[in-house]
Design a protein around this ligand. Structure first.
Ligand code: BES
Ligand code: MN
Ligand code: MN
Length: 466
């Protein structure tokens, strides 16, 4: 047993209990009722960075929730790894569907996690994965195994669009200067099939509102003679895809980067079972853009989805009414080269144009961000790949993800450094859903693998400059 393995064995219970304590604080950034808890979580993270051996830690105030910063600089000539993560979580609702309360973490065994998984909001996204880095740091500093400089930047607004971080980064370029950015906020294919995330999709998130008459109307007295905003909205939304599930917004695909046959063939070789996928989701068939596979549809292709829709009477019983307004929240996942602001504008123009005269529409952009692709011919990728080879005894597969971390593109623009995405979660961990969980095995494997990244990255970087 090597040094990191005995560290994990000796401290296993403490490592789990500390994460459980972090998960107990409901740091829901979207809901101001949790403001105190979000701030308390920032303090928790600050203290944990101190304990992990950072020489300097700091709560950095922003117009929104603070950014927790920590660093240990051992030698200015050595490379610097900047770790990014987030301490905020998604709202827990619908609460009724949780088998145990979202902020009372419990360890339960599942078919995929026979060694147990911690069930709690944020277990995987991102408290559990962020905390792996804190504990890997603690291991390295307490055993004299830290080979380079480290900076931590842990934010509290990732789940609501990272606005404050986008404000902070350009103002603190020197403080944040680094040779590589390391993030664990994505997933991998399976516990026996490690993978490195090489792409994130961009995002444009908008809200639309359709208004008909100036007030709710009796659906008998007025029905048939005025436009029903709910009917119109649903028609408009339905028209955003054609019969092949292509998005109909003019210009939407103009910038989309088409992958070569070879790249698509390589993607197709990644282990994937359409049958297992359908079984896990209890669906009879998958659905999406004609001409693309499931894995292509959810990673290299852009999408448009309604995330929520409301209007009219939804209470108990029946009320005969034509609503004055109907609304929806719509997200568009974008691929590299698609500019999120341009896409937002195209959407707005199109949506306003297809509205019949009988209604008025309002399109309100929320947040967004660019997609990202990690090159695989870099020292950072090689170091990550070697780290997985060491602890999983398998070469990780590069794989693009469908999710978004919009701030990553901004890091590259402002800090001029590449990001490496070492995710240890699984798609089945139910992030953003009821019963989110994170495998104990995954948590410990992450802590075990991360120090090797530092070691190999330092070795490969110093080789290059010598
Ligand atoms: N950690 C996720 C993103 C993610 C998860 C990427 C799994 C790849 C694999 C992140 O916290 C997230 O949820 N991002 C949001 C976007 C954000 C602007 C709200 C998303 O993807 O919906
Ligand atoms: Mn996340
Ligand atoms: Mn998330």
């Amino acid at each position: 047993m090597n040094s990191i393995q005995s560290f994990l064995k000796n401290h296993k219970n403490r490592l789990i209990n500390e994460l459980i304590a972090l998960l107990k604080i409901p740091s829901v950034s979207a809901d101001s009722a949790y403001k105190k808890d979000v701030l308390q979580t920032a303090d928790f993270v600050l203290n944990s960075l101190k304990k992990a051996g950072c020489d300097h830690v700091e709560i950095c105030e922003t117009p929104g929730y603070p950014i927790v910063y920590g660093e240990k600089i051992i030698d200015a000539k050595l490379p610097t790894v900047l770790v990014y993560g987030h301490y905020d979580v998604q709202p827990a609702d619908p609460i009724d569907l949780w088998t145990s309360p979202p902020f009372e973490p419990v360890v339960k065994k599942t078919a995929i996690h026979p060694e147990g998984a911690i069930f709690a909001r944020g277990a995987c996204d991102d408290k559990g994965q962020m905390y792996m880095h804190v504990k890997a740091m603690e291991y390295m500093t307490s055993t004299g195994n830290l080979p380079c400089n480290v900076k931590f930047m842990i934010e509290g607004e990732e789940e609501i669009g990272s606005e404050s971080l986008a404000w902070f980064v350009p103002r603190n370029k020197e403080k944040l200067a680094n040779d590589v950015i390391l993030i664990s906020d994505t997933g991998m294919i399976a516990n026996n099939i490690p993978s490195i995330t090489t792409g994130l999709r961009g995002l444009s998130y908008v809200e639309v509102e359709v208004t008909g008459p100036n007030r709710d109307l009796h659906s008998g007295l007025y029905g048939g003679a005025v436009a029903n905003p709910i009917t119109i909205l649903t028609k408009m939304i339905a028209s955003l895809h054609d019969e092949n599930n292509y998005i109909t917004i003019p210009g939407f695909y103009d910038a989309v980067e088409e992958l070569s046959k070879e790249e698509r063939a390589a993607m197709g070789r990644a282990p994937f079972s359409e049958e297992d996928y359908k079984e896990a989701l209890q669906i009879k068939a998958t659905y999406g853009e004609k001409g693309y596979t499931t894995n292509e549809r959810n990673s290299i292709r852009p999408t448009l989805d309604v995330n929520g829709i409301w209007g009219g009477y939804t209470g108990e019983g029946a009320k005969t009414v034509i609503a004055s307004k109907a609304s929806a929240k719509i997200s568009m996942r974008l691929v590299p080269n698609q500019d999120w602001k341009e896409i937002t504008q195209l959407f707005k123009n199109h949506f306003e144009k297809i509205a019949p005269k009988a209604v008025s529409v309002k399109v309100t952009p929320h947040h967004g961000g660019q997609g990202y692709v990690t090159p695989i011919d870099t020292i950072a990728y090689k170091a990550a790949s070697k780290a997985y080879e060491t602890t999983f005894e398998k070469t990780p597969i590069p794989q693009r993800s469908g999710g978004s971390i919009p701030i990553v593109a901004l890091f590259e623009k402002e800090l001029k450094s590449k990001t490496i995405l070492m995710g240890f979660g699984l798609d089945s961990d139910a992030i953003h859903s009821p019963n989110e969980h994170f495998g104990i095995w995954n948590y410990l494997k992450g802590i075990e693998t991360i120090p090797y990244f530092y070691q190999y990255f330092t070795e490969l970087s110093t080789k290059k400059t010598n």
